[in-house]
Each structure stands twice: as C-alpha cells, then as structure tokens.
Design a protein around this ligand. Structure first.
Ligand code: SF4
Ligand code: SF4
Length: 521
C-alpha cells in the first residue's frame, strides 16, 4: 500500500476539520454554537491584512491570521501544502485530470495584479479581499449551492424510501433523525449568486486541466501573499535547482519546478521532492538563501498594483441611493462603512441565519458590497432571540452580542404602506403584523376608529401604527403580512441605528412612525 505523506495526512485532517466546522455552522437546536466554526477565516492572513489595512486599527479577532503570516515568514508557504482545504481539493482532483500544458495568459505577474490592487483598495478603505479569498470562495460555493443541494437531495431520497417501505418506514426514523440533527442543513435555501459562486469553483477545478495547482500558482491572492512571505523564510531547499543528471523534481513537484530553479514563492512545502527523490539528495533546513535568486516583484508592478487599488476603491464605491433605502444589515451593524471594511463576504452568517433572513447583496450596496449580507424581510426575518450571525462572524463585522443586547439592536424601522395595508387600503381588519411583533411592549399597535367603507357601510376598524421608538426592524411584520407580493408594511434602513433604550415605553411625545406614505394613523 502506498504510504501517505505527513503533508497529505495533515491536508486530509484539515479538510475534515473544515467540513466538520462547515456542517456545524448551523442551528442545531442550541442558541450557542459549541464549535469555533469561523476558525479558518480567523486564521486567514489575507483576511487579517486587509481588515487591518482597511480599518487602520488593531482588530484582535484576526490575530491568528497575523500569527500565521508570521509563521510563513519563518517556514514559507506551508499553509498551502498542509492546511488549505481548497488546495487539498485541488490535490485530490488533479491526478484525475489529464494535463494540456500551462496557459501562458496566467503566467508572469498576473497573481500580483490580483493581490496588490486588493491590498491597495484596502489601504483606501475598501476591503474587497473576500471576493477572491480561497476560503471565502469555497465556503460561498458550498453554502449557496452545494450544501442546499445536498440537503434537498437527501430529503428527497428519504421521502422516496419512506414511500417504498410503506408500513415499515418507522425502522428508518432513527437514521433520519441522526442525519437531520448532525449532517443536513437546517433548511435548504438557495441563494442569489449561487450560480456565480459555483461557476468560480468549477473554473478553479477546470484550470487543473492545464497545470496542477494552477489557481494556487497563478491566481490565488492568499497564496501570493504567503509566497511573498516565503521569500523571507530562512527555510531553504538543497539543491535549489534541478539536478543536471535527473530532473525528477519537475514531475514530482506540484507547483514550483516549471523552471530550473526552485520558485520559493510557489513552493508549498509538501516535501514530495524530498520524499520521492530517487537519489535521496533533497533536504530542507534553515540556512542562507541561495545567491542570485531572481527579483520576484518589479517596482513597476508593486506601484502599479497599489495605485490600481486606489482606482478600484473609487470605482467600487458607487452606490444607488434607491437601493440604499432597503439595505438592511444584520443586527448590531451600526456603521455601514466599518461593516464594509471588515466583512469577509464568507457567507457564514447567511448559512447560519435561523430564519433565512440574510442574503448576499448583488449591487444593493454598490460593487463594493457584492456578497455582503443583507436582510430581506419578505423572505425571512431576524429572530428576536437569536444571536447566531454575530457568533459566526470571523472579524466582528457583525458584533457578537448577548441576547438581551442583540434584541435592542436596530436593523431598520417599519413603515406602513397605506396603499397596500388592508385596514388602510381595503378598510378590512387585519392585525397579523401586530400579533407577530416580538417586542414585549409591541412596536406595532392599533387604535379602533369608526370608518365608512367604499360601499357605504359603517365599520369599527382597527387601524395599526408603528411605535417607531420601539421598532428594531426585525422584519417579522413584513414577512408575515398576508398580502401577495409586496407587503403592507415594510422595513426601511435608517441612518441612526442606535440601540433601543433598555426596558421600556416610548418617550412622551414620541410614539408613531414617520411615514413616507403620508403620516401616521
Ligand atoms: S494558493 Fe490559495 S487555494 Fe492554493 S493552497 Fe494556497 S491558499 Fe489555498
Ligand atoms: S439575522 Fe437575526 S435571525 Fe438571522 S442569524 Fe442574525 S440574529 Fe439570527
């Protein structure tokens, strides 16, 4: 039997850990997530560097990512050969794909032209790293498409089995309970941008047709960042180049030996060349770096990359004012700019959201906000007692808050649309939204008035109104409104997202909504 290498064993263990954490990023009957499901993102150096550049202050949550970058300065790009789950997936598929030879288009400085603008844009306050970060790409593809597909298919199969087994189906029940409680998604939500996220993952795999680890060598911004760090590492391979009488490294090495000399920024430390060297000549150890290594990053590319980051930051800033009005961020987000700077676009909050309230933004927040989470109340609402999105957010973009505090966070404010809402538009009683409002003091109330209907009947009508000072914009009212399509009440974004005051009634004089449809009650 072929002996498994330590690097491969480590890869498989980290992939398993990644998948376990991914599956655990779900509501599984407890309000607290037991596992540190966001560990991979918190240890992601690209996330750490871009968040710090964009925020220009220390964010302690990303400290593991900085430590990993520090370790890469000593050990080189080991993360890619020993840890990265996307790299492992590529290693698993690549032997099954016949190669056609490198794509010249991807060679040269392209990878720096991807990384440097991301760093430059972050420096100018726009954090776009999550768009190309490999972990984010992987988690989004799984969350938006593959996991719901898996859940849906598993449930269909189970239904088929139940039908087939008739009266004997009870024997299957424990098996299904096990599957449901530990493996299946809590609910199957297919997301907008699922197709794009899946296509990107498929494209990364298709690229394996040209070279092994094509994405890692030529595109991945995280890998490129780690490669730059590897240039400073005192860990060296001897011999640094191909041996004149052998050259086997060219076939054994998954990344660096498409030239005669080891490309240090592409070596992923898998140690295959050492393990399988026919003459046992290859060693790795600390020492002086070989003389005469080529310059890996020309000044022109460095400056050009950072300057294009500046332009990228400006272009991506454009936002449509109309879309802004309905841009509802998860609870606890009070500053849109800070949120955009620290959100990794990892999709973890959307995956975990108990009521399927969070969806990836397309252009609601401009190109800068692509993939960031926003709440669509007509599709789901923020559960009053839930704090899950704050628990999984790896950078604190959505703050982790105790439940009492989270309940007071303002997402937006509800406003009645009197052209739609039944008591206003049709003079019919309806108190569905009032009944569902979770605020103990009720942010939706109604007063009884005498009204005359269009056909001349006198009726006693319960007319609802929003107590703006008590509304936290959770969206349940809009979600449960019995009207088809557009609801009779809608949650709008507000500039002032200060939390509701603890414990009480609205201040005297306050009370009813400021209503863009024509005033309260
Ligand atoms: S290059 Fe990127 S995708 Fe490849 S292993 Fe490294 S971090 Fe992962
Ligand atoms: S948006 Fe609300 S319901 Fe959804 S995860 Fe966050 S706190 Fe929970």
């Amino acid at each position: 039997m072929k002996k498994i290498s330590p690097a491969r064993l480590s890869q498989l263990l980290f992939l398993l850990l990644f998948l376990v954490l991914f599956v655990q990023t779900e509501y599984r009957g407890s309000d607290q997530l037991a596992a540190a499901v966001n560990s991979f993102f918190r240890a992601d150096p690209l996330v750490a560097v871009t968040v710090l550049l964009a925020e220009k202050t220390m964010v302690w949550l990303v400290l593991p990512g900085l430590l990993l970058l520090g370790l890469s300065l000593v050990l080189g790009r080991f993360f890619c050969g020993w840890v990265c789950p996307l790299g492992t997936i590529l290693d698993l598929v690549t032997p099954r794909i016949r190669k056609r030879g490198a794509l010249p288009l991807l060679k040269g400085n392209l990878k720096y032209w991807l990384l440097l603008p991301l760093l430059g844009a972050a420096l100018f306050d726009v954090n776009l790293a999550g768009l190309l970060d490999p972990l984010a790409l992987l988690v989004r593809g799984l969350t938006f498409f593959f996991y719901p597909l898996f859940g849906d298919s598993a449930r269909q199969v189970w239904v088929g089995l139940y039908r087939l087994l008739g009266d004997n189906r009870d024997y299957l029940a424990p098996g299904y309970a096990l599957l449901r409680d530990h493996l299946l998604p809590f609910r199957e939500t297919f997301y907008p941008l699922a197709l794009l996220s899946t296509l990107l993952l498929v494209l990364i795999i298709v690229l394996e047709r040209y070279e092994s680890r094509n994405w890692c060598r030529n595109l991945c911004p995280l890998g490129t960042l780690l490669g730059i760090a590897a240039r400073f590492s005192p860990l060296v391979r001897r011999p640094a180049g191909l041996c004149a009488d052998c050259g086997a490294c060219r076939q054994l090495c998954p990344t660096t030996f498409d030239q005669e000399l080891l490309q240090r920024e592409e070596c992923i430390l898998c140690l295959e060349c050492q393990r399988r060297c026919p003459a046992q000549r290859v060693t790795f150890g600390f020492g002086r770096r070989p003389a005469g290594e080529p310059v890996f990053l020309q000044r022109r590319v460095l400056l050009g990359g950072l300057v294009s980051g500046f332009f990228l930051a400006r272009v991506f800033r454009f936002r449509s004012p109309a879309a802004q009005a309905r841009l509802l961020r998860p609870p606890g987000v009070t500053d849109e700019q800070r949120f955009l700077q620290s959100c990794v676009r990892c999709g973890e909050c959307m995956k975990v959201c108990l009521k399927s309230a969070l969806y990836p933004a397309i252009f609601e927040s401009g190109a800068e906000g692509l993939y960031t989470p926003h709440l669509i109340p007509r599709l789901g609402y923020c559960e009053y007692n839930c704090t899950l999105c704050g628990q999984v957010c790896p950078t604190g973009a959505i703050p982790a808050l105790p439940v009492e505090e989270k309940r007071r966070q303002v997402i937006g404010k509800a406003v009645f649309d009197k052209n739609q809402c039944l008591p206003f538009a049709k003079k019919t009683n309806c108190i569905v939204c009032e009944e569902h409002c979770p605020i103990p003091q009720k942010a939706i109330r109604s007063r009884t008035v005498a009204e005359t209907t269009d056909d001349g009947r006198s009726v006693r009508l319960q007319v609802p109104y929003v107590v703006t000072e008590l509304c936290n914009g959770c969206g349940i009212c809009e979600n449960v409104c019995p009207l088809e399509g557009k609801a009779g009440i809608e949650v709008f974004a507000v500039n002032d997202r200060s939390p509701l005051p603890a414990g009480g009634e609205p201040p005297p004089g306050g009370g009813e909504e400021g209503d863009p449809y024509g005033g309260a009650g």
